[in-house]
Write a protein that binds this ligand. Sequence first.
Ligand SMILES: [Zn+2]
Length: 277
Amino acid sequence: MKLYISADMEGTAAVASWTQVDPKNVSEYPYYRKLMSLEVRAAIDGAREAGVQGVLVNDSHSSMRNVLWDELPADVRMIYGNRKPLSMTEGCSRDFAAAFFTGYHAGIGVQDGTLDHTYTPDTIYNVRLNGVRCSEATMNAAVLGLDGVPIALVTGDRATVEEARAQLPWVVGVVTKDSIGRYAVNSLSPVEAQRRIRAGARQAIAQLGTMKPFVFEPPVALEIDFAGTQNADFAELIPGFERTGGRSVRFVHDDYRTVFRAFVAAFRLGAAANAPV
Ligand SMILES: [Zn+2]
């Protein structure tokens, strides 16, 4: 049985600020990067105790070069580096029996969610799929759902776990911290969070029979509200996108993989519009 892990960082126990998760930061980031790595390791250890053999980790935060190789078992493979076509879901396939989302965070606009955002905090104000407000967890889950892979475990702050379970009710959630606004936390100790993630991972694999892939019914309508009109000015240039408002665009397709790729194109091109003129 093979496991796919998409590993983000903001939901790691103790993390409360952008500086802690910014690879350019030399004082705080190195420590929190290690905590992120140890949570990934805990999830792998728990899954293995429940019978998982092959593991692929997709480093899914910022530069996507965060997880320390030395903290992982030697036989684990990892996708490392940025600008992947499927971003936080790169490398998943029908070969995997289950997926974990570790260190995840709440979608943009969620109260008491540490560093709440959806892909690009300076560019995206809101995202809806078939009218439903989405977080990264649900957008990514639907990509994996196309390959029949269920999300079995989500770890992050309480808001993240509650948001994910509202759309993926079968998921085992491990709450690492309670967020106080956007930039403060009441957190478990890292060691205790890792213990709970290990136990949650074991439980998630054991309960896999009760879980199912998450899919959006086609045709899938993507609506993006951008932070500014300049972002929408760029995104609407992509063939297939329709301008629906000053800050908003819409894209519809029967194949969600195409929709997700269009989303990646739109937020990358949209973000380019934030460069000084
Ligand atoms: Zn992140």
